[in-house]
Design a binder for this molecule. Structure first.
Ligand code: SF4
Length: 302
């Protein structure tokens, strides 16, 4: 039996669902029950009747699924799949900034560890960051850890953001350079430029569209443009080609690869289903306190 068939059979036996992020390798995207961005995956995690969630993504995504589903078994097939940006936010630094800005509410990107989320008033994703920041009562908002998404959220909300840590960024997106963009434009001068808000402000300002990966999927289904330059982690190209195969997609940077997102493989998924581990296991008080700002996001951005 092929590995895909063994995974499908065990999934039925365990009453499991496989959720995968848009940056996962093609083979994983192809066997998943649902592929999406962080917001779509968080919503989907709350809407499943399955007893077990196999989460193909990085640590904070599986943690979010576990926090929203305390009664379910949530499995991350490789516990070393850890988002480096989420590690950049230190709780002590965040608390110190909160003490310096007592009136400001705190919005944290979903790309944070569960413990950091306990310090947030609300969570956001790249799909809803301006909307969530705008919805806060305070005019000044503490935001972290991605300074580039912070730029996008500040521009879209009109609020003053205090970014913590000051230089927080996603290494895979932050390294996409103006030189690479200029070279890609030269090679494909009529292509439409679509980028993720984790790229630098300089790149965002030169793009035709700034969108989350879920937003990119909707965009390519709708627009008539036939050639697109894509500025995000290159795993999205597989998804875009499946969703709208009649267009040409060119990565602005072929170096925009997140190694942590590529750690999940079919053999690891099969082993997870066989052994029912490794499970996400968070202390109940952390789950409880982290759930409130995530649920607030889901109410503000249904
Ligand atoms: S692409 Fe960036 S933000 Fe996403 S998991 Fe990788 S390092 Fe983290």
């Amino acid at each position: 039996m092929q590995i895909e068939e063994r995974i499908a059979a065990l999934k039925r036996e365990r009453n499991a669902i496989i959720l995968a992020h848009n940056y996962q390798i093609p083979a994983v995207q192809d066997i998943a029950d649902f592929v999406g961005d962080s917001l779509e995956l968080a919503r989907r995690a709350t809407a499943t009747a399955a007893e077990m969630i196999i989460f193909c993504g990085v640590d904070f995504m599986a943690e979010t699924a576990a926090i929203l589903n305390p009664e379910k078994v949530v499995i991350l097939p490789d516990l070393c799949s850890i988002c480096p940006m989420a590690q950049q936010l230190l709780n002590e630094e965040l608390r110190s900034v909160q003490r310096m800005h007592p009136e400001a509410e705190t919005v944290l990107y979903v790309n944070t560890r569960a413990e950091s989320k306990t310090l947030a008033d609300c969570i956001c994703t790249s799909a809803n960051a301006p909307k969530i920041v705008r919805a806060m009562d305070s005019e000044e908002v503490i935001f972290g850890p991605d300074r580039n998404l912070g730029y996008y959220a500040q521009k879209g909300s009109g609020k003053k953001l205090v970014i913590v840590p000051e230089h927080g960024n996603c290494p895979s997106h932050h390294q996409i350079s103006l030189e690479e963009l200029e070279a890609a434009k030269k090679a494909h001068p009529t292509a439409t430029i679509v980028v993720h808000p984790e790229v630098t402000p300089e790149i965002q300002e030169r793009a035709d569209y700034v969108a989350s990966t879920g937003g990119m999927v909707r965009l390519v289904r709708e627009i008539k443009d036939k050639e697109l330059l894509i500025g995000t982690e290159i795993g999205i190209l597989h998804r875009l080609k499946k969703e709208a195969p009649n267009k040409a997609y060119y990565p602005i940077s072929t170096n925009a690869v997140c190694p942590q997102m590529k750690m999940i493989t079919l053999p690891k998924i099969l082993r997870s289903l066989e052994q029912e581990k490794p499970r996400i296991d968070l202390p109940p008080e952390i789950m409880e306190r982290a759930r409130r700002p995530i649920e607030r996001m889901l109410i503000l951005s249904p």
